[in-house]
Design a protein around this ligand. Structure first.
Ligand SMILES: Cc1cc2nc3c(=O)[nH]c(=O)nc-3n(C[C@H](O)[C@H](O)[C@H](O)COP(=O)(O)OP(=O)(O)OC[C@H]3O[C@@H](n4cnc5c(N)ncnc54)[C@H](O)[C@@H]3O)c2cc1C
Length: 237
């Protein structure tokens, strides 16, 4: 990888730095104090297609790479980390759709994601699967034309505003997941027999340590989703 700070990269860094100085920094303290998701700021980043920074230009993004993403992330984080984290997670979902999705999914999701009109979230971590993602317990099984997801997720940045949640699940079973849950584990906040996503309550939002990152600490039950492709994306209702 070429790490050189070219003129184009310096210009991009300066663009992000100026945006952070004028648009984020003056609002950061109040948003954090109020534990408020920086939706307006992210919308403005969307107008500049910075929320499509690494999405290919063919899908409406800016077509930049990892070094450019690091430069922008550094500038946004310096003003307000939750803005950078919301953008980074969103772009991670976009990259998965680009790499593993179908062409129809790329065309359906990526242009809107570049503008942050469709918001992506990543459902990977679980109560017992933080650093060690192999301990993940959520399972996916095929039922006719649909995939049924069974499990829970937590720490899902952008969850409350997400349109697309990229959910990780195991298929084929795993001996490590067959032991009964320990009694100390919390139960899902709402039952999920209807196939409707279970949404954590507003009070769980207030417990978030990174206070404005909209990352619920309580578990969110996985829901059933139509099988559309290898990229297990599901549009939130
Ligand atoms: C603000 C925020 C946003 C997040 N957003 C998302 C999201 O959008 N989607 C998502 O899926 N997850 C998200 N996460 C979850 C994040 O991925 C996990 O918090 C992270 O993986 C760590 O897991 P844990 O908190 O359970 O800590 P643990 O895995 O329990 O680790 C605790 C400590 O032990 C250390 N440790 C762990 N294993 C080892 C080891 N083998 N050797 C040495 N040290 C070790 C860790 O470094 C850490 O210091 C978010 C977390 C935060 C704080």
């Amino acid at each position: 990888m070429d790490f050189e700070l070219t003129d184009d990269r310096a210009a991009l860094r300066d663009e992000a730095r100026e945006f952070a100085r004028t648009e984020i920094a003056p609002r950061a303290s109040e948003l954090d104090r109020n534990r408020e998701y920086p939706a307006e700021i992210l919308g403005e980043l969307g107008e500049r297609r910075l929320t499509g920074l690494t999405i290919p230009e063919a899908y409406g993004g800016r077509g930049e790479g990892t070094v450019e993403l690091a430069l922008v992330t550094e500038e946004l984080s310096a003003a307000m980390m939750p803005v950078a984290s919301a953008m980074g997670l969103h772009l991670g979902v976009a990259e998965a759709i680009e790499r593993f999705g179908t062409e129809a999914q790329r065309e359906a999701y990526l242009p809107e994601m570049a503008r942050f009109e469709t918001v992506g979230a990543l459902g990977l971590s679980e109560t017992n699967a933080g650093s060690d993602k192999r301990s993940m317990e959520t399972e996916a099984r095929k039922a006719g034309d649909e995939w049924v997801l069974d499990g829970h997720k937590r720490w899902v940045t952008n969850y409350f505003d997400a349109d697309v949640v990229l959910t990780y699940a195991k298929t084929g079973g795993d001996p490590r997941t067959t032991s009964p849950p320990s009694s100390s584990r919390p139960t899902p906040s709402r039952s999920n027999t209807s196939g409707t996503p279970s949404v954590p309550t507003a009070s769980s939002r207030r417990k978030c340590r990174s206070r404005a990152s909209a990352c619920p600490t309580r578990r969110a039950s996985a829901t059933s989703a139509k099988a559309t492709s290898t990229a297990a994306t599901s549009r939130r209702a």
